[in-house]
Write a protein that binds this ligand. Structure first.
Ligand SMILES: Nc1ncnc2c1ncn2[C@@H]1O[C@H](COP(=O)(O)OP(=O)(O)OP(=O)(O)O)[C@@H](O)[C@H]1O
Ligand SMILES: [Mg+2]
Length: 481
């Protein structure tokens, strides 16, 4: 193959940067010593770490031992050609960018190389600036893809990421979407029935974004009268309204640099909607009663459990705000349409609540699990979580049977559940089981305050204490939140 004189115009090349190129490693596979040397000088001066190899065999060997960010591959190598080598590189590292170099850059070569998966094509003698620019962009793209891939892997790790559990195809797609949107600043709209995990997803997006060290500020916009909501969001100056005795910062300022989670957005009044729209457009707002504009950098995540499109059609929600919010939509499916997640979620909550109550690990009996998988779950994951928590608290052994699940889930009455749980038990034992359950239920309702429970039962505290001991009822360390 002809020797090619490669000009090394170092003046024209960008100054060596320690930023993007430092720590970036490039593998060169080229049989011509002169080419290898000039690439080494060019790339080293640019801050890259360079590894030179003279043929495909050596190149592949080095590739297996070291990590690279990019390969510069000669097309016309002795033995295996670059085109033949490319699939073998791909096999080892499917995502690694490869730039082909050749003196014989015919159209056919280009087409073939690109088909074989080359990122780009450079002809000898190359233009240093162009080559460096191509390398920079290939490395940057590769890095971004790797980061994204890494995030997706974390998301899918044991189907549990940031405590979001799920293995259904539909939830894995939600994880992917979360991974994709998390790094950006785009507004996200999360739609899903009550209890499907909207807030959990919003937190996951925040905690995987560059804003993770800044505040995540949730606000339930549906639960407040307009004036209070506006002063909470935008803050107010002293005297803005009768009760404004001092000025106050709004949540848009509190969330500056971070994420504001606007929950239950559909029920917000139209005036407030207009103001929110303005902040979304300009990232600016004013305190109520104020005259100064305040600039903020806040990412908005909104959630709704009603169909916002329908709310727009019904004239209850501003169309322009809908489009502003609906940049990226995450639709959280109801639990009944992803039943394969139920066993996984159930075990997740069993582990969580057993641990929280200092209990030994718990498992569900087969028929209890069947009942959970078959149930419709109108309250979605939250309802499942509550049912499991109850079962754990009521349980006295490692296995939680269906009798410890609420009757509307198993379709059985309280009496049926008791008789099935104690098939050959004496009446005395069955009555004791009833007493135990009633005591636990009462304690639950009294936030595990024994004095309150004893009072409500009209029995002395000491009697209740004795029963709790005799029945082996585990007293929860702390009350429910
Ligand atoms: N996939 C999941 N994995 C683990 N826990 C979940 C999952 N989805 C929801 N949860 C749990 O279920 C409960 C309800 O979730 P969350 O509050 O995020 O739902 P939501 O959609 O915001 O509900 P609502 O509309 O009622 O406000 C929380 O305790 C949450 O941790
Ligand atoms: Mg919520």
């Amino acid at each position: 193959m002809p020797e090619v004189e490669q000009p090394l115009n170092l003046q024209a090349s960008a100054p060596a940067t320690n930023g993007a190129s430092s720590g970036t490693s490039i593998l060169v596979i080229d049989d011509e010593a002169a080419i290898r040397e000039s690439l080494e000088v060019l790339l080293t001066l640019e801050g890259y770490t360079v590894r030179l190899t003279a043929d495909g065999e050596e190149g592949l060997r080095v590739l297996e031992l070291e990590n690279f960010d990019l390969v510069l591959l000669d097309l016309a190598l002795p033995g295996q050609s670059g085109i033949e080598l490319l699939p073998q590189i791909r096999e080892r590292q499917p995502e690694l960018p490869v730039i082909m170099i050749t003196a014989y850059g015919t159209v056919d070569n280009v087409v073939e190389a690109v088909r074989a998966g080359a990122e780009n094509f450079v002809q000898k003698p190359w233009d240093n600036e162009k080559l460096l620019a191509d390398i920079r962009s290939a490395v940057a793209r590769h890095r971004a893809e790797e980061e994204n891939l890494q995030l997706k892997r974390t998301l899918k790790q044991r189907y549990n990421f940031s405590n979001i559990v799920g293995k259904s195809e539909i939830m894995l797609r939600v994880f992917d979407l979360v991974a994709q949107v998390a790094p950006s600043r785009s507004t996200v709209l999360i739609q899903g029935e009550s209890g499907t995990g909207k807030e959990l997803i919003a937190k996951a997006i925040h905690s995987h974004s560059p804003r993770r060290d800044k505040p995540f500020v949730p606000i339930n916009t549906g639960a407040m009268p307009s004036e209070l909501l506006e002063s909470t969001l935008f803050g107010h100056v002293k005297g803005a309204f009768t009760s404004a005795i001092a000025s106050k910062k709004g949540l848009f300022e509190v969330a500056n640099g971070g994420t504001l989670f606007l929950d239950e957005i559909a029920t917000m009044g139209t005036d407030t909607q207009a103001k929110i729209l303005r902040v979304l457009q300009d990232r600016r707002f004013m305190h109520l009663g104020g005259i100064q504009e305040i600039q903020v950098d806040v990412r908005i995540i909104a959630a709704t459990n009603v169909d916002l499109r329908q709310a727009v059609r019904d004239g209850k929600f501003r169309e322009d705000l809908f489009y502003r919010l609906n940049v990226i939509t995450v639709d959280l499916p109801p639990l009944r349409s992803r039943r394969e997640d139920i066993p996984l979620l159930a075990q997740h909550f069993l582990d969580f609540y057993a641990k929280e109550n200092d209990m030994a690990p718990r498992k569900l009996s087969a028929d209890a699990m069947r009942a959970l998988v078959d149930y419709e779950w109108p309250g979605n994951v939250r309802e499942l979580e509550n049912s499991i928590e109850r079962g754990v608290v009521l349980s006295s052994g490692p296995i939680i049977g269906s009798d410890l699940l609420p009757g509307h889930i198993t379709g059985r009455s309280f009496q049926d559940a008791l008789l099935e749980h104690n098939p050959n038990a004496s009446l005395f034992n069955i009555l004791e089981d009833i007493e135990r359950r009633i005591i636990i239920e009462k304690l639950e309702r009294c936030n595990w305050n024994q004095t309150d429970a004893a009072e409500q039962f009209h029995i002395p505290l000491s009697t209740l204490n004795q029963k709790i001991k005799r029945m082996n009822i585990e007293i929860r360390k702390r009350g429910r939140e």
